[in-house]
Design a protein around this ligand. Structure first.
Ligand code: ADP
Length: 320
């Protein structure tokens, strides 16, 4: 692809998604093995939409790890920045699907290979090529991955990349809510572009996410754009010069896993093609409509990566 490179950094794992919604994990009879991990989903989303994506992270030298790398490659993602841990196993998540398509997680992380990525293993030549460098929070929770994350961000920034952050709060993984808040805030001011959900605004501010001043309390000087997603209601955007809402699409959600990643992937694909997007409201609204469509489409099938749309699918979805 001739598009500018987007690198997505962080965890990659297997989601075990139950066949049946609305029953507990223990009552689930059968599971679908779905590749996931928010940053891996974002890399696949971009590549599936026709963009240029690389993933940086670590898996175990085991069947699941090899399967994940094959899936990234199969989706066209550059895996030159993926490391294998010789001892730790690939991370696993066990998902419970509620009747409304929302999900809850239990993790196998003991620690898992993805948390053991070291700074010395980073493919700095690859990182320096990034136009956009995207990451979440899970890789910040513990060493050695935290240092690797911070080093990668620094190299990307110095090479001129835009930094894109989706805190993607998964509370059970943090030692406490306070640790999660302070971990997220520790890298908040580095980002050029931040995507949060309504729930995350509430978690971070302890205020009402519908209120503009509450959202704006998260704003910082370096930020070019803050996006607040809210499921089927779509998203709100805040930039230096304009703000607004782009309404979402109404679909029958069966599994919302990956919706936010599908949304972010679509947006970053657009940003990589046109970094002036933040200054042009009509163009930005068009990109966000497309991102809402990609998010909505992702909820209509089980699993994250298998449910990500191609650009053609998303265009057809919008025009119908
Ligand atoms: P996250 O997955 O990070 O919690 P959201 O649930 O807010 O984020 O979803 C991200 C985007 O995906 C939304 O802005 C919307 O465009 C789309 N989306 C998510 N859930 C639905 C849904 N139930 N119906 C339609 N669109 C959805």
């Amino acid at each position: 692809s001739a598009d500018a490179l987007v690198i997505s950094f962080g965890e990659m794992l297997i989601d075990f998604v139950p066949d049946t919604s609305g029953v507990s994990l223990a009552e689930s009879q059968a599971f679908i093995k779905a590749p996931g991990g928010a940053p891996a989903n974002v890399a696949c989303a971009i590549s599936k939409l026709g963009g240029n994506a690389a993933f940086i992270g670590k898996v175990g030298e085991d069947e699941f790890g090899r399967m994940l790398v094959d899936i990234l490659r199969g989706n066209g993602v550059n895996t030159d920045g993926v490391s294998f841990d010789m001892e730790a196993r690939t991370a696993l998540a066990f998902v419970t699907l509620r009747k409304d398509g929302e999900r809850e997680f239990m993790f196998y992380r003991n620690p898992s290979a993805d948390m053991l990525l070291r700074e010395s293993e980073l493919n700095m030549d690859l990182i320096k090529q990034a136009k956009v460098f995207h990451y979440g929070s899970i890789s910040l929770i513990s060493e050695p991955c935290r240092s690797a994350h911070l080093a990668a961000m620094k190299v990307a920034r110095e090479a001129g990349a835009l930094l894109s952050y989706d805190p993607n709060v998964r509370l059970p993984l943090w030692p406490s809510d306070e640790a999660a808040r302070s971990g997220i805030k520790s890298i908040w001011f580095d980002a050029d572009l931040i995507k949060v959900s309504d729930d995350e605004v509430q978690f971070l501010t302890q205020g009402d996410p519908e209120k503009e001043d509450v959202v704006m309390s998260l704003w910082h000087d370096k930020l070019k754009m803050l996006l607040v997603t809210d499921g089927e209601k779509g998203c709100r955007y805040f930039t230096k010069n304009f703000k607004g809402r782009v309404t979402g699409f109404s679909v029958k959600a069966v599994d919302t896993t990956g919706a936010g990643d599908s949304f972010v992937g679509a947006l970053l694909t657009a940003v990589a093609r046109d970094p002036s997007l933040f200054h042009n409201e009509p163009k930005l609204r068009e990109a966000l409509t497309f991102a809402n469509a990609c998010g909505a489409m992702c909820t209509t099938q089980k699993g994250a990566i298998p449910a990500l749309p191609t650009a053609k699918d998303a265009q057809n979805f919008i025009s119908n």
